[in-house]
Design a protein around this ligand. Structure first.
Ligand code: HEM
Ligand code: HEM
Length: 137
């Protein structure tokens, strides 16, 4: 694994540890107020990043594009904004909501870029495969 795939998997591992530490602290303190923060660090931080990593690993041509790098950095910056924002919000500070709004839109934009990168690479690749394998189309 290298490039964008490795970057995403590194991010995923960091979030898996941070998310579980928060889950453990919630469980130990019997205070589940940060449940949405924990849930999003786990699924958005760990699972989504890991899925992106495996996609870019399986389809290397997608990971090499400039847009894939934009996807990674926008996802990385906006997840930091989302998780810090959620932590502050569920710590009882609703004034942080605008930051969360911007970060959420940033993550949506990152995923939109991924959709474009992934679909264009997939359709290009699948069109080439039978030709490379010598299949008659
Ligand atoms: C050390 C491991 C973990 C601990 C101690 C832990 C702890 C917790 C706790 C205390 C809650 C709140 C439950 C409630 O108030 O109803 C929770 C919710 C949640 N956890 Fe974890 N968790 C762990 C690992 C994970 C992992 C690995 C994932 C996903 C990959 C995950 C995803 C979630 C989700 C999505 C929720 C929200 C569930 C809901 O909406 O009801 N957790 N966790
Ligand atoms: C732009 C990105 C996202 C936004 C703005 C967002 C927003 C929200 C909101 C407002 C809730 C309700 C929280 C509550 O009732 O207290 C929620 C819950 C949840 N979301 Fe998201 N979400 C996003 C992305 C995702 C993604 C990508 C996943 C899964 C891969 C996910 C999984 C969940 C789960 C499992 C819950 C239930 C856990 C909980 O109640 O905290 N979300 N989300």
């Amino acid at each position: 694994m290298s490039g964008t795939a490795r970057n995403f998997f590194t991010l995923a591992i960091i979030y898996s540890l941070l998310g579980m530490m928060l889950g453990l602290s919630m469980a130990m303190s019997h205070d589940h107020a940060q449940m949405p923060t924990h849930a999003h660090i786990m699924v958005l931080g760990w699972l989504m990043s890991a899925i992106f990593a495996f996609f870019y690993h399986l389809v290397p041509v997608a990971g090499r594009s400039i847009l894939a790098k934009v996807h990674f950095w926008l996802a990385a910056v906006s997840t930091v904004g989302m998780f810090v924002g959620l932590f502050v919000l569920y710590g009882g500070n609703p004034a942080i909501e605008p930051v969360l709004g911007v970060a959420s839109l940033g993550y949506f934009a990152a995923t939109f870029i991924f959709a474009f990168v992934a679909l264009s690479a997939l359709w290009r690749t699948s069109a080439k495969v039978p030709v490379e394998q010598g299949a008659v189309r």
